[in-house]
Design a protein around this ligand. Structure first.
Ligand SMILES: Cc1cc2nc3c(=O)[nH]c(=O)nc-3n(C[C@H](O)[C@H](O)[C@H](O)COP(=O)(O)OP(=O)(O)OC[C@H]3O[C@@H](n4cnc5c(N)ncnc54)[C@H](O)[C@@H]3O)c2cc1C
Ligand code: SF4
Ligand code: SF4
Length: 442
């Protein structure tokens, strides 16, 4: 169901800079199309296109097929038998990275938007589809089509929440943008890849960021209200890989809070929607290149997944410093503890059973002895896999069979979390999954 407040906000924000097609009625219409109410949907935008039934084929939350799409996009599915692909998806090269001259307003150093700028500067694409901040609420993402490289500066930084990015694919084609770059989070990129062949773009570059623990922009404001007595002046927030949250304020001062001292216990149990507690693709495995931070030990973390990803990285030349990723510590006990907490929380937020006075000490120790670099990234991927299984088992068990890919079960198995016969699709003698009648008809 469409909420009237959202409708008005989208109209007003698309009539202001940055972004192009600002006054184009096709864009306003695409964004203002009502969204059907679904229990598991992050409004990626497909339900607002001319053929909303495509959600059935495109949705990460209905019946995802990662091996098939990985093969379509990268030429092969992830190798789940050895190395890090079980955790991170298909990878040709992985780096710790930073722009030598970090860009103002960027979430980290700005590799993501700089790549998109280079695509426009070199004429490789006609437009970039990404998010800009709502002029009335800087934390609210609003989809936009950008054709001027200089306008990407206004899109830098992270917003919390989701918005119908892919609703602008059809308007982009109508506007004649046949070579497109898309910057997206995993649930948007999954649907984009599922429909890529039928969309008919001449060329598509997909720049992905990892994503986890997203929530609605409204809920995120509740969190900001708990963090500061001046929440409206918070201009930046990041969950850093050193187990601290960094806040920046409009007057330039910073605040660093250890994870364990966050006011999580004051948040409502449904603060994180079921979509984001059960999403199976933390690292954006279907992007050409993924740009995050969690395997980067304080720098950015770059996963080049295919030849197009290599082409993208080459656009940065010596603007970017690349080093081999590092890995320290052991994750098993942290992941076991997390699993126990999620089980104990029974659907709510996984709080640690720890007296308040111990928290600062543990908060000090974690960045020093906890998993770091790639081991931190593996830790988070395993934790997400555990959350997926436990939350779906509790809240939507009938969806498990279709929603949970095999590689997620592989990730949870070492922690004693395995599927029963109702939770996993049967495999026929040739190794192929047996399709349900409903899927075969879809
Ligand atoms: C909700 C969310 C959760 C994230 N969680 C993790 C995580 O757990 N681990 C990790 O390694 N990385 C995570 N990231 C990615 C990380 O925050 C940085 O975006 C990434 O490292 C790129 O930094 P940058 O300086 O290169 O980006 P910039 O150059 O600043 O560009 C950021 C790009 O992200 C787009 N963007 C901002 N907000 C949104 C949004 N809500 N939806 C879609 N696109 C958006 C912007 O429009 C811009 O194009 C998350 C991102 C988001 C949006
Ligand atoms: S494909 Fe997108 S719009 Fe459709 S149900 Fe899934 S998340 Fe929602
Ligand atoms: S956590 Fe997953 S489902 Fe939630 S917004 Fe991010 S990619 Fe989408």
């Amino acid at each position: 169901m469409m909420r009237v407040a959202d409708e008005v906000r989208v109209e007003s924000s698309t009539s202001r800079a940055p972004g192009v097609g600002l006054d184009d009625p096709r864009i306003g219409q695409a964004l203002n199309t009502p969204v059907p109410a679904r229990s598991l949907c992050t409004d990626c935008g497909i339900s607002r296109t001319s053929d909303p039934k495509r959600c059935g084929r495109a949705c990460q939350f209905i019946s995802p097929n990662y091996p098939e799409l990985e093969t379509q996009v990268h030429g092969r599915a992830r190798d789940t038998a050895a190395g890090d692909e079980l955790f991170f998806g298909p990878v040709k090269a992985m780096y710790q990275a930073k722009l030598n001259a970090p860009l103002p307003g960027a979430q980290w150093t700005g590799i993501t938007t700089r790549l998109a700028e280079r695509l426009l500067e070199t004429g490789a694409v006609d437009a970039v589809l990404t998010m800009k901040p709502d002029p009335e609420d800087r934390w609210r993402p609003v989809p936009t089509l950008v054709t001027e490289a200089s306008e990407l500066a206004h899109c830098r930084g992270m917003r919390m929440g989701y918005a119908p990015l892919l609703a602008l694919l059809e308007p982009a084609l109508d506007l004649g943008y046949k070579r497109l770059a898309v910057i997206g989070i995993p649930c948007q990129v999954y649907a984009l890849r599922a429909l890529e062949a039928e969309l008919g773009f001449e060329r598509l570059y997909v720049i992905g960021t990892p994503c986890s623990d997203n929530t609605t922009t409204e809920s995120f404001h509740q969190f900001l209200d708990l963090l500061s007595d001046q929440p409206k002046t918070i201009s930046y927030l990041e969950f850093r890989a050193d187990y601290h949250v960094e806040l920046r304020f409009d007057d330039g001062h910073k605040q660093i809070i250890p994870f364990l001292q966050l006011p999580i216990s004051k948040l409502p149990p449904d603060f994180f929607p079921l979509t984001c507690r059960t999403c199976v693709d933390y690292t954006n495995a279907l992007a050409d290149i993924t740009i995050g931070y969690m395997g980067g030990q304080g720098e950015q973390w770059l996963l080049v997944r295919n030849e197009r990803g290599e082409e993208l990285l080459s656009l940065l030349g010596d603007e970017i410093a690349l080093t081999a990723p590092t890995s320290y510590g052991k994750r098993a006990s942290a992941v076991k503890g997390f699993k126990a907490n999620v089980e104990r929380a029974a659907g709510g937020l996984p709080l640690r059973g720890m007296p308040d006075w111990v928290r600062p000490l543990v908060g000090w120790l974690m960045p020093r002895i906890g998993p770091r670099g790639l081991e931190f990234a593996r830790t988070r991927v395993e934790m997400k896999a555990i959350e997926t299984v436990l939350h779906l088992r509790r809240e939507e068990p009938q969806r498990m069979k279709n929603m949970i890919p095999d590689h997620v079960w592989q990730l949870t198995a070492p922690y004693g979390l395995t599927s029963d016969s109702q939770e996993r699709k049967p495999v026929d003698e040739s190794g192929a999954k047996v399709q349900s009648a409903a899927e075969a008809d879809a």
